[in-house]
Write a protein that binds this ligand. Structure first.
Ligand SMILES: C[S@@+](CC[C@H](N)C(=O)[O-])C[C@H]1O[C@@H](n2cnc3c(N)ncnc32)[C@H](O)[C@@H]1O
Length: 274
């Protein structure tokens, strides 16, 4: 039986108007914004370390950040780390003016004030509030590196988004995607896996959409597009998994607890298929 507080919160979450939700996110009550929004310097360091472990760096790279969330902080950190140009793409984000204002005094040439608002300097940062599919169809800038954090799990159509990302990835390009596999009611990280597709879609799935994809589905997706794919489990929650296991639907289990208990995943992909 699903916990009552879980069911209530999921139902309320579906009914919250987007403006109220944005306010709740800013207050940090119950719903937590992503790492790139909360701590862009930590998010940048995490990407740099993952690249360094593969003998790569940010130096001179054109980078696309998928689902940047509204804060320009990550772009600044990547540029300071040696990147050449950053494309921040998010079809739903609204620039977080308050957060971006706090960055301006240390932003150097990367941000400007225009008509009283913080805007990216076009020489360094391109801001796209559109779907990646449209951006690539209309001559998107080829990039060396594609980054995302807590975005893939929200996609309605991961195949279409990945195919579009691959289109603008240079032949030598690299992808790094951090995926949060948890139910985003974090107290019950595996609860969403206990419901049928119909119940999830009809009553519980939040407006931000949680597609409930598991590690092997991401692996298959990226293998269709890249010769080299590495799916690293970066975090597990074995106690929470064991508590929920008997109620988890079989299609969400592969039988290996090391994979089934994964809560965070890092996908590396390179050598795109021609
Ligand atoms: C949990 S937030 C993470 C934001 C940011 N990456 C962070 O770590 O703070 C998920 C983001 O994915 C974005 N998103 C959802 N669907 C998307 C899509 N099809 N293409 C690009 N971004 C998308 C949302 O607008 C939202 O900003």
């Amino acid at each position: 039986m699903a916990p009552l507080d879980y069911i209530l919160l999921r139902l309320v979450r579906r009914l919250l108007p987007p403006r109220v939700l944005r306010g709740v996110l800013k207050l940090g009550v119950g719903i937590c914004p992503g790492l790139e929004t909360r701590q862009p310097e930590v998010a940048a360091r995490r990407y740099q370390e993952a690249l360094r472990a593969k003998g790569r760096s940010l130096e001179g790279l054109d980078i696309l950040v998928l689902g940047y969330g509204g804060c320009f902080g990550l772009a600044l950190e990547l540029l300071r780390g040696g990147a050449h140009h950053i494309v921040l793409l998010d079809p739903y984000a609204v620039p977080d003016e308050a957060a971006n204002r706090t960055l301006i005094s240390r932003a150097g040439p990367y941000l400007e004030m225009r008509e009283g608002r913080v805007v990216p300097a076009p020489r360094w940062i391109t801001l796209i509030h559109d779907r990646i599919e449209h951006y690539t169809q209309h001559g998107g800038r080829p990039v060396d590196l594609v980054l995302s954090s807590s975005v893939l799990e929200h996609l309605e159509d991961p195949e279409a988004v990945t195919a579009a990302l691959v289109d603008i990835t240079k032949p030598t390009g690299y992808h790094l995607h951090y995926v949060d596999l948890r139910d985003h009611f974090f107290r019950y990280p595996f609860e969403m896996l206990t419901f049928s597709e119909d119940t999830w879609r009809r009553y519980l799935n939040p407006p931000s959409n949680l597609n409930r994809w598991r590690l092997w589905e991401y692996e298959e997706l990226f293998r269709r597009h890249f010769v080299q794919v590495l799916c690293e489990v970066v975090e597990r929650d074995v106690p929470a998994f064991r508590r929920a296991r008997t109620r988890i639907r079989p299609q969400f289990l592969c039988g290996d607890d090391a994979i089934d208990a994964a809560t965070r995943l890092l996908v590396h992909a390179w050598e795109k298929r021609v």
